[in-house]
Design a protein around this ligand. Structure first.
Ligand code: NAD
Length: 495
């Protein structure tokens, strides 16, 4: 595909803006320009003035004022709903440029960004627009008082100003998963995209203003986690942090947030097991398990990075997965022929390659892949399948966040369950089998927040998303996710 940059995108790239404050895109206060890199080429895409702690303060105060004066919170629910629907419409109308931006700094394959991520993000606003008019409390009956002597009810209220911190692997979708429910609940927001991938969210903030989100209700500050992210976590005007990112960062945010009892939702890392039983439909299970790890070059929190295969079909499955991996076309995100794009940065590529090297040194067998590609031009590596792994190896226990699959043979479902549960993480899991009873035994016994049967990694904003164990706190999506942006008040009236 010959790639010609659109005018709107060129305009976004030349403005140097790194902050969206009170409805306007402006340069952030960091004096130096910071470079945004295209991971498909390692070349500079643009330079922006990131925000800094002073910008976070301005953004939080602006959001606090917007919250207090009720310009969003007190709007009729139907009016909020109409505005969120308008955001979805504008995202669809601008889908080409949003997809282009997502492709450029996040290295998303163009087809995936245009056909999946952007429409999905727009649908997220449409879905949550429906919730604006359906947030309810309930009436209660006191247990110790005579009937009719009290009128008791609960109501849901927006939690206040929320700080939304987003990772690099799905910038637009992750931002939408946070902004849409926060706004549906009536909150005002300060959002920080990952410093490497701010472009689509900067553009989304402009579209939100155009859609009628009042100024100050959504403010955006770009910049590093250690400066801008940390300033958000400790800012007194921010009542809640909704964070998606690595478990280590989540823990450090948790420690700080605890100091003033900020509310927290943490969507963290994973090491999700995929189990293929002997009776599985292998025509579906083999590509399904391969896509579970190689989509977005393995940079997906729910990536199926541990594969457990029942012995009778082990050989056929491993050969199928190796063949799938070797047929992937690893290349720039803008090339139509590419079926796997780059890793997000040079540092990240080096860390994934290091994990493969140390697994090899510990006795694991690299069946295919494990090598850098196109050295010097983009952060590419070959899709990697590793056999002969031990459950205790870092390759099996730690999140690598790259296209690296650890495969093990199991004798039965029970062994698959015990190995599957042998992890500090508990984000997601899948099983491939035609046996309904075993599928549900697995769903019941696996310690994970998301379980897929005969599929993997299918997200939907109606379905709660989040992890057990060190994969997080709380849920995003669905009514449960929306409730995370509310406080519950009980009102007791003596009659
Ligand atoms: P990361 O933790 O390095 O960064 C995530 C965000 O946190 C970025 O915006 C970063 O700037 C910010 N940040 C970093 N340090 C901070 C600090 N001290 N205080 C406040 N903010 C800080 O994660 P990443 O490498 O961008 O993303 C990959 C990780 O995200 C993986 O572990 C992946 O599993 C996880 N993830 C989880 C989900 C989920 O829903 N569970 C979804 C996507 C990604």
């Amino acid at each position: 595909m010959s790639y010609v940059m659109s005018t709107v995108v060129r305009d976004v790239l030349t403005r140097h803006n790194g902050v969206h404050l009170d409805g306007k895109a402006i340069p952030g206060s960091s004096p130096q320009l910071s470079v945004i890199i295209n991971p498909s080429s390692s070349k500079t895409l643009c330079e922006i003035h990131y925000g800094n702690a002073a910008d976070v303060d301005r953004a939080a105060q602006s959001a606090r004022q917007a919250f207090d004066d009720g310009r969003w919170r007190l709007k009729a629910p139907a009016e909020k709903s109409r505005i969120l629907l308008r955001v979805a419409e504008l995202m669809e109308a601008h889908a080409d440029e949003l997809a282009e931006l997502e492709m450029l700094d996040a290295g998303k394959l163009h087809r995936s960004a245009r056909e999946a991520e952007v429409p999905f993000a727009a649908e997220c606003f449409r879905y949550h627009a429906g919730w604006c008019t359906k947030i309810e409390g309930s009436t209660k009956q006191m247990s110790l008082a005579p009937m009719g002597s009290f009128h008791v009810y609960t109501q849901r209220e927006p939690i206040g100003v929320v700080g939304l911190i987003v990772p690099s692997n799905g910038p637009l979708v992750q931002a939408s998963w946070k902004l849409a429910p926060a706004l549906a609940a009536g909150c005002c927001c300060v959002i920080k995209p990952d410093e490497k991938t701010p472009l689509s969210t900067l553009r989304l903030a402009e579209l939100m203003t155009e859609a009628g989100i009042p100024d100050g209700v959504v403010n955006l500050v770009t910049g590093s986690g250690t400066e801008v992210g940390a300033a958000m976590v400790s800012h007194p005007a921010i009542a809640k942090i909704s964070f998606t990112g690595s478990t280590d960062t989540g823990k450090s945010i948790g420690n700080v947030a605890l100091r003033d009892m900020k509310k927290l939702t943490l969507e963290l890392g994973g090491k999700s097991p995929v189990i293929i039983l002997r009776d599985a439909n292998l025509e579906q299970a083999i590509p399904g398990a391969a896509e579970a790890i190689f989509s977005n070059a393995g940079q997906i929190c729910v990536a199926g990075s541990r594969l457990y295969v029942e012995a009778p079909v082990y050989q056929e499955v491993i050969e199928g997965i190796i063949s799938y991996a070797e047929n992937l076309v690893v290349g720039p995100a803008h090339e139509a022929a590419s079926t796997m794009g780059p890793l997000i940065s040079e540092t990240h590529l080096a860390s994934v390659l290091r994990a493969v090297t140390s697994a090899r040194e510990q006795g694991a067998k690299v069946a295919t892949g494990g090598k850098p590609l196109h050295e010097g031009a983009g952060y590419f590596m070959t899709p990697t399948v590793i056999q002969d792994v031990q459950a205790s190896m870092p390759l099996v226990q730690e999140e690598i966040f790259g296209p690296v699959l650890a495969v093990s043979k199991i004798t039965d479902l029970q062994e698959g369950l015990s190995l599957g549960n042998d992890s500090q993480f508990g984000l997601a899991a899948s099983i491939w089998t035609e046996n309904l009873s075993k599928a549900h035994q697995f769903a019941n016994a696996i310690r994970a927040g998301l379980v897929w049967i005969n599929c993997h990694g299918i997200p939907d904003m109606a379905v709660p998303f989040g992890g057990y164990k060190q994969s997080g706190w709380g849920r995003e999506n669905g009514y449960e996710g929306l409730l995370g942006f509310t406080e519950l008040k009980s009102v007791v009236c003596k009659l």
